[in-house]
Design a binder for this molecule. Structure first.
Ligand code: FAD
Length: 393
């Protein structure tokens, strides 16, 4: 811990907050994490992590955990038409040929991010409800009556962020009109399913994604379909497996075979927000979905949160309590435009996957061309620019 480094309070113990805590501690900074839930946890669903964030997970010593808990996907990964005819391979490496694309159970990722933190860093049962700051200190109040002071507060409290309005006036999230049916099937129930492939089927107005998680023991599926009236009112709901099967009836028989094994499923309404014009006010900044909730159609929400955390840590490592607000501005400057591009790109790619940007031939050509965009995304190492920003403080 640097004697003069700023003290940091992280609000929210999701993927964004927990990775940021790891990165800040790896840079010698003093961090506490406050999570509203009585215990850390995640829903039973998958998340896909890509080289741009695996590079950062490795830097904090979590490479072995990724290898243990993840399911690396390889060259069998493909995009298909809804009838099962192949469109194109999926880009699974960066430009250097490094394959670091892994399916991961969300709970496994949260668990190993938390397990890597020193005891006493994470405080559960702390729901932030208020924020105040003056020239020298930031103060967070919690529903349980606790009050915490720190030099810096990082709001990692997700798309509904309680602290975002202390940075920028409240705004409504934007509903995409799409819901995602999500769930997991034991691999033992579908033994022929590949344990090392990310596969997506594209139709009109719908698409279906499958990738392995937990070292291939579980098969994660996501079915993206237009929302019904009920989902326009709710964020999440228990889904009906028969309704899910009906949505993809007549698609590739492999999907039918997988969906036969679904006994329960979860429906998740997909929202994002317009990119914010600012993330920072004084000693408070935003990170992850609190700053930039995005649609899942580039699979980058968690990956970008991890990039955020490493950028923030690299820059704050060069700051003291007085220069910490300037460091937050430098962090925002480094991240905001890049992530806004990914937010917009995720919206566009969802339309592409749903064949809404042109006919099937145009869509397929764009899917083939998508590999070069993926390489650019995956090649990015946020630390290179973050070090320059830190030196310029
Ligand atoms: P969250 O995960 O929302 O965590 C916020 C945390 O803050 C929670 O623990 C919450 O309890 C806590 N909290 C909230 N309010 C308070 C408060 N007032 N006080 C204290 N704590 C609070 N991303 C990818 O990179 N790859 C993928 O493949 C992918 N797939 C996705 C599929 C779907 C269908 C969806 C919807 C999203 C997907 N994402 C994916 C996006 C990714 O899940 C999110 O971007 C990521 O989890 C954001 O992490 P976060 O920590 O910022 O927010």
């Amino acid at each position: 811990m640097t004697a003069s480094g700023p003290s940091i309070a992280i609000i929210g113990g999701g993927i964004g907050g927990l990775f940021a805590a790891n990165a800040l501690i790896a840079h010698g900074l003093s961090v506490q994490v406050y999570e509203q839930a009585p215990a850390l946890g995640e829903v039973g669903a998958g998340v896909f992590i890509t080289p741009n964030s695996v590079r950062q997970l490795e830097r904090v010593g979590l490479g072995p955990a990724v290898e243990t808990w993840g399911a690396r996907v390889g060259s069998g990964s493909r995009y298909f038409r809804d009838d099962g005819s192949p469109i194109a391979p999926v880009q699974v490496t960066d430009s250097a040929g490094w394959n670091a694309t892994f399916g991961m159970h969300r709970a496994d990722l949260v668990n190993f991010l938390a397990a890597a933190l020193p005891a006493g860093v994470v405080h559960t049962g702390h729901r932030a409800t208020g924020f105040a700051q003056d020239e020298s200190t930031a103060r967070v109040t919690f529903a349980n009556g606790a009050v915490v002071e720190a030099d810096i507060v990082v709001a990692c409290d997700g798309i509904h962020s309680e602290l975002r309005p202390f940075v920028f006036p409240p705004s409504d999230p934007v509903f995409s009109g799409t819901v995602a049916y999500r769930g997991l099937v034991p691999h033992a129930a579908v033994p022929d399913w590949p344990k090392d492939a990310w596969q997506m089927w594209l139709g009109r107005g719908k698409h279906f994604l499958v990738f392995p998680v937990r070292a291939g023991q579980l098969v994660n599926y996501v079915g993206f379909v237009p929302a019904d009236a009920q989902m326009k009112e709710s964020w999440t709901a228990q889904g009906d497996p028969d309704a899910l099967r009906a949505e993809f009836a007549g698609w590739d028989p492999r999907i039918e075979g997988l969906l036969k094994e679904v006994t329960s499923t979860f429906k998740w309404a997909l929202y994002d927000r317009e990119p914010l014009p600012t993330w920072t006010r004084g000693r408070l900044t935003l990170l992850g979905d609190a700053a930039h909730p995005m649609l899942p159609h580039l699979g980058q929400g968690a990956n970008q949160s991890i990039e955020d955390g490493m950028a923030l840590a690299t820059i704050l490592a060069n700051a003291d309590r007085d220069t910490a607000p300037a460091a937050l501005v430098a962090y925002e400057k480094l991240r905001r435009e890049r992530v806004a591009g990914v937010q917009r790109g995720a919206r566009e790619n969802g339309l592409r996957y749903d064949t809404m940007l042109g006919d099937v031939a145009k869509r397929d050509a764009e899917i083939v061309a998508h590999a070069s965009f993926r390489k650019t995304l995956y090649d990015h190492d946020v630390v290179v620019e973050a070090r320059e920003a830190a030196e310029a403080l």
